[in-house]
Design a protein around this ligand. Structure first.
Ligand code: ARG
Length: 460
């Protein structure tokens, strides 16, 4: 039965009814909705709007619905297929279970504040859950960083070899990104965790429900201060999707790096069978589909962000049905981010570093040229001039088909008389790494310190 029959004499068009219905997806809010419904029932009792016995009956009925839907497949029953939305589902079941008193639950409430409170409660729980999932991905980064704590890798800018770094330093860069993502989500939670219930359809309610009390019961940090705003804004969803999009962007970058490093051309890492796939045609292939999908799925979350902003931008105050479109964007964002984080954690736990190859690559192709320039600076030359001298030495070394380490002291001295025998120590892989020992640098001792710090952050 519809929740709004009285004004109507004609039947709803069947296609429109299906178009209008949201139960197939908003049923995901059912536990949150039931929780808020129970507090609504008690608030009506406390305000003297309903006798205590009726309020209790409503609460018991809601508890029964909870038990009923815990049965697997219950919500999939064909008799519920034509249900309009999760809110009408709850009311219908309530009336079936406890009789006409069930109709009193909606006193002073609208689906507009009902859906807002359910969504906020639901999202609060999901943010807490995602935080856990994200922590596990961070843990996987740390595990890999610990396994290869001192192994070097070339660092890149413009995807051209730049300077040697530690693999652990590379991994901890992504740890930092995910830490900020978690921090952003925690911050969003503050604005999600505010009670809109008691706003009615748009103007407030004629019944004196104690909103502060309801907020307390539901674990909200506060109550919304304007009923029009409370029922119609979805900025908390937009913010959440925006944070999720940023996190997906980070995962996508990590995926891209790992895809590149696993190619035959780079060959720094080997992906385990558990997270790779083969080709139906080419027998030799092992493809990084897991990572490609993480990279690819970022696109749909970016799409949801655009959809949410576009959805909200032209809506006059207060509630408009357009807002029903927020659900699928929100749910898919939650699922895509959670799944991508989990897959990324699994990938990280199935990576092997090709130590020799990564080490050899880290020092080849003049990645120590900057260290050689810094050497001249320490001998008293201005940096710009040192840069110029080393640039010319690099050209010379390329012509000779040699690395800087393979040149003789005499060859170097042709370019500057400041060179001495100690230059070779200064440009070894070890001293290149060890030199970067200020906070945030890639020196092994520094990276070790950050690794410990990262572990402490996660309490491991
Ligand atoms: N399914 C609706 C939504 O998600 C619930 C609120 C409906 N309110 C209304 N007045 N039609 O927005």
């Amino acid at each position: 039965m519809n929740l709004w029959g009285g004004r109507f004499t004609g039947e709803t068009d069947q296609h429109f009814a299906a178009f209008n219905a949201s139960f197939r997806f908003d049923r995901r809010l059912i536990f949150a909705d039931l929780q808020a419904c129970a507090v609504q029932a008690q608030a009506l009792g406390r305000a003297g709007v309903l006798p205590a016995a009726e309020a209790d009956l409503l609460t018991q009925g809601l508890q029964k619905i909870r038990d009923m839907i815990a049965e697997p497949g219950f919500l999939d029953r064909s008799e519920f297929a034509a249900t309009e939305d999760v809110h009408s589902f709850i009311e219908s079941r309530l009336v079936e279970l406890i009789g006409p008193v069930g109709y009193k639950l909606h006193t002073g409430r609208s689906r507009n504040d009902q859906v807002a409170v359910a969504t906020r409660l639901f999202l609060r729980g999901e943010i807490e859950r995602i935080d856990e999932v994200m922590r596990d991905t961070e843990r996987a980064l740390i595990e890999l960083a610990e396994k290869y704590a001192t192994d070097p890798l070339p660092g890149y800018t413009h995807l051209q070899k730049a300077q040697p770094i530690l693999l652990a330093h590379f991994l901890l860069a992504y740890f930092q990104m995910l830490e900020r993502d978690r921090d952003r989500l925690r911050d969003v939670k503050k604005r999600v965790n505010v009670l809109p219930l008691g706003s009615g359809a748009l103007a407030g309610t004629n019944f004196g429900v104690d909103r502060e009390w309801m907020a307390q019961q539901l674990g909200f940090d506060g109550v919304t201060r304007n009923s029009l705003d409370a029922v119609s804004d979805r900025d908390y969803i937009i913010e959440f999707v925006s944070c999720a999009a940023t996190a997906m962007m980070h995962l996508s970058r990590l995926a891209e790096d790992l895809i590149i490093y696993s190619t035959q051309e780079f060959g720094f890492i080997k992906l385990g069978d558990a997270i790779a796939t083969g080709s139906s045609l080419m027998p030799q292939k092992k493809n990084p589909d897991s990572l490609e999908l993480v990279r690819g799925k970022s696109a749909r979350v970016f799409g949801h962000l655009t959809a949410m902003l576009t959805l909200a931008k032209g809506l006059p105050l207060a509630y408009n049905k357009d807002l029903q479109e927020d659900k699928e964007a929100l749910f898919d964002t939650i699922d895509t981010l959670s799944d991508s984080l989990r897959v990324m954690a699994t990938v990280l736990r199935n990576i092997e570093l090709n130590r020799e190859r990564a080490r050899a690559a880290a020092i080849r192709d003049y990645t120590n040229a900057t260290d050689l320039a810094d050497y001249l600076v320490r001998k008293g030359l201005e940096f710009r001039k040192a840069h110029e001298v080393i640039g010319r030495i690099v050209v010379y070394a390329i012509e000779q088909g040699r690395e800087l380490n393979d040149l003789t002291l005499e060859q170097c001295q042709q370019f500057s008389s400041l060179f001495e025998q100690d230059l070779f120590d200064a440009i070894s892989l070890e001293s290149s790494l060890a030199g970067k020992k200020q906070l945030g640098g890639t020196a092994p001792e520094q990276v070790q310190q950050e690794l410990q710090r990262a572990k402490a952050t996660l309490g491991i």
